[in-house]
Design a protein around this ligand. Structure first.
Ligand code: DGY
Length: 323
C-alpha cells in the first residue's frame, strides 16, 4: 500500500495512541467521543481500510455484512470480543484483533478489590462514614466476612484468572478452578482443577468470574449453579455481565444464600438491572477493570500494533479470526 492506510477510530482514545495513529495512518479520530450507531459508522467508512472499535460498538453480522469491501480489519480496543460476530467476520474475510495481556494485572487488581470490598462491606461502610450514620464502635456489628484462608474458585483460568490466583495466594486462599482444559502444573501452582462448573461451585466460598462470554458461558452462573455454592459465599465478576443470570443472583443475595457480590460488569451496561442499586450487599463498579492510564495506553498501542502488522502484510499478533 503506497499511501497510508485509512483508519477510522470510533471513540476518543488516549492521547499517545491518537498521536501514533495520526503518524502511522490517514486516521479519522472521534471528535466528541459520542457513541455512534453501527449504521452511522458504516456511513463514514467509504474508502477506509480499517476500523479501530471499542467494546461499546456492536459489530454484529448486519454491521459486518454492510461494511464497504475496502475495510479489511477491525481492531478492537479490548481483550473481550463478544461485541463482534467472529463467524460473520470470518465469512466476510475480515480480520479481527484484540488486546490481550496488557490489561491482565489491572483487571486482576479490580477482582481483588471486588472480593475485599464485597466481603468487608466497602459499600455500606463507606456510606456510613459519608452519611454520618457511623455510630459508636460495637463489638458485634456491623461485620463483614473473612477473605484470608478461604476457598476461591476461579472460572476461566486464562491470563486474568491466573493473575487473580497469584494475588489471592497472598491472602492464603485455597485456589480451585474450572477451565476448558487443565493447565500445566507449573501454571496451576497447586490450584485444584474441576472439569465442570458444577464440580467447582461447592468449593467456592468466593467465586471469581474470569472467563470470556461465549455461548457456553453465557448465563452459566444461574439458579442451579449458585445453589451448589456453600451458604454465605461471595461472587465477583470482572469478565462480562451476561455470564450471570441477574434474576438468580438477585434472588440468592436477597434470600441470604449468598452473602455478597462484587460486580464490575453487567448485562446491558450502563443501564444495569436497577435492583442492584438498592442492595446493601453488592459492591458495584462501573466497568473499571482496565481503567488506568497506563493500561488504556497499552491497549491502544496494542491495537495500533495489530493494524500496523496487518497493513505491513503480516498476520497480526492478536488476530482472533481464524482465516
Ligand atoms: C476488555 O478489554 O474486554 C475490557 O472489558 C475493557 O475494560
Amino acid at each position: 500500500m503506497s499511501q497510508k492506510p485509512k483508519v477510522l477510530a470510533t471513540r476518543h482514545l488516549p492521547e499517545p495512541v491518537e498521536a501514533r495513529l495520526s503518524t502511522d495512518f490517514a486516521v479519522v479520530l472521534s471528535q466528541d467521543d459520542s457513541e455512534i450507531s453501527g449504521a452511522d459508522i458504516i456511513k463514514k467508512l467509504d474508502g477506509f481500510d480499517g476500523v479501530l472499535v471499542c467494546p461499546t460498538d456492536k459489530c454484529d453480522a448486519n454491521f459486518i455484512n454492510a461494511l464497504p469491501g475496502s475495510v479489511k480489519i477491525l481492531a478492537t480496543f479490548s481483550v473481550g470480543y463478544d461485541h463482534i460476530d467472529i463467524a460473520a467476520a470470518d465469512n466476510a474475510g475480515l480480520v479481527v484483533t484484540n488486546t490481550p495481556d496488557v490489561l491482565t494485572d489491572a483487571t486482576a487488581d479490580i477482582a481483588l478489590l471486588l472480593m475485599l470490598g464485597a466481603a468487608r462491606g466497602a459499600y455500606w461502610g463507606e456510606r456510613m462514614v459519608r452519611d454520618k450514620t457511623w455510630g459508636k464502635w460495637c463489638p458485634t456489628h456491623p461485620l463483614g466476612l473473612d477473605v484470608t484462608g478461604c476457598k476461591l474458585g476461579i472460572v476461566g483460568m486464562g491470563r486474568i484468572g491466573q493473575a487473580v490466583a497469584k494475588r489471592a495466594r497472598g491472602f492464603d486462599m485455597e485456589i480451585h478452578y474450572h477451565n476448558r482444559s487443565r493447565l500445566p502444573q507449573e501454571l496451576e501452582q497447586g490450584a485444584v482443577f474441576h472439569k465442570s462448573l458444577e464440580e467447582l461451585m461447592p468449593n467456592c466460598q468466593f467465586l471469581s468470574i474470569n472467563c470470556a462470554s461465549t455461548p457456553e458461558t453465557k448465563g452459566s452462573v444461574n439458579a442451579e449453579t449458585i445453589a451448589l455454592m456453600p451458604d454465605d459465599a461471595v461472587i465477583v465478576n470482572t469478565a462480562r455481565g451476561d455470564i450471570i443470570d441477574d434474576d438468580a443472583l438477585v434472588k440468592a443475595l436477597s434470600s441470604g444464600k449468598l452473602a455478597a457480590a462484587g460486580l464490575d460488569v453487567f448485562n446491558n451496561e450502563p443501564n444495569i438491572d436497577p435492583r442492584y442499586r438498592t442492595m446493601e450487599n453488592v459492591f458495584l463498579l462501573p466497568h473499571l477493570g482496565s481503567a488506568t492510564p497506563q493500561t488504556r495506553i497499552a491497549m491502544g498501542m496494542r491495537a495500533v500494533d495489530n493494524l500496523q502488522q496487518f497493513f505491513a502484510g503480516q498476520k497480526p499478533g492478536d488476530q482472533v479470526t481464524y482465516k
